[in-house]
Design a protein around this ligand. Sequence first.
Ligand code: G4P
Length: 528
Amino acid sequence: MPNIQEEIGRRRTFAIISHPDAGKTTLTEKLLLYGGAIALAGSVKGKKNSRHAVSDWMEIEKQRGISVTSSVMQFQYDGFCINILDTPGHQDFSEDTYRTLMAADAAIMVIDASKGVENQTRKLFKVCVMRNIPIFTFINKMDREARNPFDLLEQIEQELGIRTYAVNWPIGCGKEFRGVFDLETRHILSFEGDSGQHTVSQTEVTPEDPNLAALIGKYNHAQLAEDIELLDGASEEFDLEAIQSGKLSPVFFGSALTNFGVEPFLKRFLELTPPPLARKTAEGEVSPFDETFSAFVFKIQANMNKAHRDRVTFLRICSGKFDRDMEVYHVQGDKKMRLSQPQMMMAENREVIDEAYAGDIIGVFDPGLFSIGDTICAPGKKLCFEGIPTFAPEHFARIRHKDTMKRKQFVKGVMQIAQEGAIQIFHEPESGMEEVIVGVVGVLQFEVFEHRMRTEYNTEIIRENLGYQYIRWIAGDVEKPSQLTISGDTKLVQDFKDQYLLLFTSEWNIRWALERNEGLELLDFSKG
Ligand code: G4P
């Protein structure tokens, strides 16, 4: 019988985030390779797609299957049980990524060494900061021409507002990338080989080694001596608490494609990253080591198989142990139940599982009972995890059904797709479901929504794009939202939890509203 405390203590659950093309997929694959979960690189499917078309999404979904396949990958390495949460590569589905980050205990931020911090990195970083989770930085593609490493660190610090702690330092870049200097052990790891498919060989020497210049090249040797001098004077001190609370980001350099620096990164990352974190509920924090089972829903994926309307709901286990046949309590539905076909992705296979522990992610079949953010726990335990924040959509459209006979299907489709978090829906105060305002983060979501309404709910819709660009939740001391002073092109709406929001066409209008309404506070996310 495995010991519950030990099992939980060896779990590490994290997400890898990056701007598209920085190397997230490649790094994920290489971590799996080192974990022995795959034999050859190139076998992780579900490549990102950059065109904007429904067919791309269909293709992505087909490749993914409706499974835990690309949602989480579990493997063992060095005594650790590792859960890598996959995040969609396509920018238009970044809302999905935001939610996935809610299930992670740490994030690895992959940065392209020639490009530095990019747009999507900034957005995702903000979400990690909201939760104070540790953020590790992997500066990738050192085998290409790269920016000066000091400049890269400075950019991260200035643009993202996080301090950096260089764990290692690159020796050369491009064709001359020869290895890294480990600032903690003060050893040089020199890499050899370029096949990317197999694990790379490495030689460890000290900076004083007489053969060093021959090993890394004369120019690199001189540059390294200079860099070490600068680093010794200027780099941040190691501070585990600051790392684990997301205030200091350990930085590693490497090349995922050639495997250079990947294994040293994985080893040190696992030492520094925390086991499952405690989670907040209205009644206080729940420790992962509390042996009573609890979990929350962070993702729902619709089944593409039209014949079976069921969906896969993903749960992040927050405490204790899950057993396949155990009875659980769905707090929001106030119902006891057994979870149907709990499954997990082990390396390349999806398996029905018998047990899982805090830190793990399981997928269960769901006929439509769950919503994002729901709590599931052992019967007799009444707790409710803090909701998953809803992030401000950036594109809006008014939608109606084309055929009035199809009203029922229209309402059902819109509600179910919104419940999955694939779109957000709003309505004007006092109005019903005849006309709904749909908000999305990426425009591709609109097309997918229309496609799904047509194929899954047999309903044609009329979509009228709206010129709003910003939405803000109304917070603070506002008694009658309908009496706020707002500009003519600002609209008051409600979400389906009856919270009031304002739709704006410009940032100027946001400031205008704030200036004219004392006590008004506007949030760009809702706490759920
Ligand atoms: P993403 O998931 O963050 O979007 O990036 P992905 O890993 O798919 O990598 C994007 C491109 O960058 C890929 O090339 C990949 O091979 C390349 N790449 C990733 N890591 C490195 C690295 O360390 N060094 C170099 N030189 N390239 C790297 P592609 O041509 O777009 O795709 P593919 O044809 O190789 O699949």
